[in-house]
Each structure stands twice: as C-alpha cells, then as structure tokens.
Design a protein around this ligand. Sequence first.
Ligand SMILES: Cc1cc2nc3c(=O)[nH]c(=O)nc-3n(C[C@H](O)[C@H](O)[C@H](O)COP(=O)(O)OP(=O)(O)OC[C@H]3O[C@@H](n4cnc5c(N)ncnc54)[C@H](O)[C@@H]3O)c2cc1C
Length: 414
Amino acid sequence: MKSYDVIIVGAGMAGMTLALALKSGGLEVALIERQPFDDMLDVSFDGRASAIAYACFRQWKALGVGDVLEKHACRMDEIFVTDGHLPGASAPRPLPFFLHFASDEISDRTGDEPLGYMVENRQVRKALYEEVTRQEIRLITPATVAERRDNGAFSELDLDTGETLRAPLIVSAEGRKSTLREKAGIKNINWSYDQSAVVCTVQLDHSHNHVAYEHFLPTGPFAILPLNGNRACIVWSETHAKAKALMQVDDQLFHDHLLARFGEFLGNITLVGPKFIYPLGLGLAEEMYKGRLALLADSAHGIHPIAGQGLNLGLKDVAALAEVLIEATRLGEDIGTDLVLERYAKWRRFDNVSTSVVMDGFVRLFSNGNPLLRLARGVGIGLFNRVPALRTFVMEDAGAATGDLPKLLRGELV
Ligand SMILES: Cc1cc2nc3c(=O)[nH]c(=O)nc-3n(C[C@H](O)[C@H](O)[C@H](O)COP(=O)(O)OP(=O)(O)OC[C@H]3O[C@@H](n4cnc5c(N)ncnc54)[C@H](O)[C@@H]3O)c2cc1C
C-alpha cells in the first residue's frame, strides 16, 4: 500500500493549489480527481473567470504559477458598485448613490498591486495542472474514492481503480457536493437562492480601463468584469426560469437583452464563445475536520458569487492549512490529529462563517425591488462611500490582506 503525507481528493483550483503548497514545504502528496484532465481544460468545461484577491495571487506567485498566470490576468484597478442602474446605460454614469473602490487608495500598503486580478478559470486550471505535473506530484485521474477508513495512525482510501492508498490526513477538496464530507457524517447547512448565473464573455469596442462594475438589480447582481484582450466576463444573475430562457434564445436575441442591461458606454459588445449557467446557493459545513479528514474550500463553504469571494475563501484555507501542516510536520507531530487540525479550523472558521453570512445577507438585501428598501440601500451605499476608512477596510478585506495572514498570502513560502 503506497503511503503519502497527505492525499487530496479533488484536483480543482483549491486542491491543486494545496498540493503545490504542501510540496513546497517538503510533504509528499497525491491528488485524486474523478474527471479526465483533458475534459477539464476544454473551453466548454467552465466559462467563468474569477476575481482573485491580490493576496491570493501572491500565493500563486510564491508557488511558481504567478508568471504564467500574469500573462492571462487582467488587473482590476477600480470597482464601481451601484444599486440598480439608469435605464439603458449601466455606468460610468452611476446613480447618485454608488460605491467606488480604487487601488491607488491603498497603494501605500500594497505598492503597485491592483484590487484583484480577473483570470479565466480554464487558464488557472491549466497553469496549476502544468506545475503539478512539472513537480511530479502524483495525480490519479480519472479516479474516485470507493471507501475511506481511519485505521490507527493512517486513513486508508480504496479507489475505484482498485488501488489502496494511505496517509495520516485526507483533504476533501471535492467542491460543494463532497462525498467524503457526507460519508464522514459532517452536517452541511445548505439552501438554494431562486437565482442562476448566466456567464459569458464579450469583446468590447472601447477600453474597459481595468474597471469592474457590479449592479445590484432586483432579480440578482449583474457584473461586468474586465478580462485581458479588452474582453469582459459577464455574470448575470436572474431567476432560474429567466436564466434558463436566456440560455435558450439565439445569439442575436441574447445580445439584445444583454445590451439592454449592459448599456452602450463601452461601445458595441460581441458575444465570444458559449454561454454557461450556474444555479446559485449556499453551503456551509458544521465542522472543518473530523477524524483524519479535513475539508477545504467549497467542500467546507460554498457561497453566492455576489462579491467574487468563493474561491478566495478557499485559497485562504489553502494558505492556512499548508502552514499548519508543514509546521506540524517539522515538529514531528501527527498531522491527522484534532490537536493539529483545530489550529487550521481556528484560523479559518470565523472568516469562512462570517463571510458566508454576510454574503447571504447581501443577496437577500439587494435581490429585492421593494422601493423603501431600495431607498434605504441607496442612502446606505452613499454614506458608506463617504467614509474612506470603511472603503479602505473593505478593499483590504476583499484583497484577503486583513487579520493574521498566513505566510503564503504575504507571498512567502512556509
Ligand atoms: C458564476 C460564479 C462566479 C464565480 N466567481 C468567483 C470569483 O469571481 N471569485 C471567486 O473567488 N470565486 C468565484 N466563484 C466561486 C468559485 O468558482 C468556487 O469557489 C471554486 O470554483 C471552488 O473551487 P474548489 O476547488 O473548492 O471546488 P471545485 O471547483 O468544485 O473542484 C472540485 C474538484 O473535485 C473533483 N471531485 C469532486 N468529487 C470528487 C471525488 N469524490 N473524487 C475525486 N474528485 C472529485 C471535481 O471533479 C472537481 O474537479 C464563482 C462561482 C460561480 C458559480
């Protein structure tokens, strides 16, 4: 039976980042992924791009994928947030009440870093996969876990390929529908919003100037997120029924509906590539570990993309878990024990739970057309925008740069 220090189940963006982080600290790791990698790198697999907080991007730089990803990443230097928008024209003429964030307001602490980077998920997966392969981390795919059992100082995994592996710690990076979490009896609170996100990429006539726009509309948020090549990723949340209808209309009709929401301030827009749809919901595991199993990223917490924080939370989990495990290994501790895993949970629990609750509150507060509530929201946004200290805190918090930062989020290896 082959032994590893850690076996990670799920080679998504979080799982692969953890594998690289642990390897950089000298641990021997195996990754198990149920989908063939060629499928996961195909353009039809995932049409999303992610807003990556600047501190999370530092982690990728430290782990050796920064140079490759920088070629595909678009800086986000400003963000405009409005509650609704003027008919037919989103921004740059925002409603009287708006929020404006700009990277130069925090540049005394961040130097030349932007508020975040927009990168297509496909490019992130490809860069991580190539680095995992280059570093000869064992990636077993397509494979999944038939059975897991804790046995003394190890947890053993029977794979559906017939192989059995063991490690003192198994990490579930399986995403929202983690089977290991369920089989371990960890309860997962979850509900669905009556919203799906329609995601597509558009080519713009005029330069986006590295500005991101988010408009809270009664049926859900509508975001225009800058991509390199003067493109933008659209995340358009609608009720399930409307989102499904948008997926079915032809490209011309879709373009017309999109332009009505988008406005013409960036000239004409041209749809490039396919449309994608993602049902939206919340999931929060009641525990971050049990026995020799630890939960990571969406497996522990899946949130609405209203502020682009889902993967960032997962990448913060990676940085904290890697630091705890590498240091515990150097001290000769058993990394699969409660004593060690509680340090990880303690580091991440508050941020994960509070962010999930706040994002859930935002979805409920903003996906609502009640005129009184809209007025109150508008005034609140306007007041918030007038307090620079609050805006600075939000920019740094969304940049994953507040609190007790793990080394990787400071751009250092453990
Ligand atoms: C529309 C939308 C926009 C978003 N935008 C942003 C954004 O701008 N910024 C941001 O930070 N976040 C964003 N998010 C959230 C982000 O996409 C997720 O948080 C992130 O993808 C989670 O990554 P993960 O690696 O935890 O899970 P996943 O991406 O779900 O990966 C899990 C992997 O595990 C594999 N797997 C599952 N079960 C098993 C098993 N039993 N055995 C083996 N393998 C298994 C799967 O095949 C998969 O490859 C967005 C989400 C949506 C829906």
